[in-house]
Design a protein around this ligand. Structure first.
Ligand SMILES: [Zn+2]
Length: 78
């Protein structure tokens, strides 16, 4: 999730992989266990892409997780 909007004062932006880490998505666990795979490296990106397209969690679950964690889903007026 990326945005050019500055964060709303008093709020923080969603951190990448936060959901997968919190629900202990296996793919992300593998990623953390990967030795010498750094962000940006081929093997790292390969695994990370699995979650992008093929995460075993659904957007529905993700959406509910966001609400549970107190996230607001906002959009610019413009
Ligand atoms: Zn995942």
């Amino acid at each position: 999730m990326s945005s050019n909007q500055p964060p709303i004062p008093g709020y923080i932006d969603y951190q990448r992989r936060e959901f997968c880490k919190d629900v202990k998505c296996e793919i992300q666990t593998n990623l953390d266990n990967l030795q010498d795979a750094k962000e940006g490296s081929a093997s790292y990106e390969e695994i990370r892409n699995i979650c992008k397209t093929d995460c075993r969690y659904t957007t529905y679950q993700f959406h509910h997780w966001l609400i549970e964690k107190g996230y607001l889903i906002v959009r610019s007026k413009i």
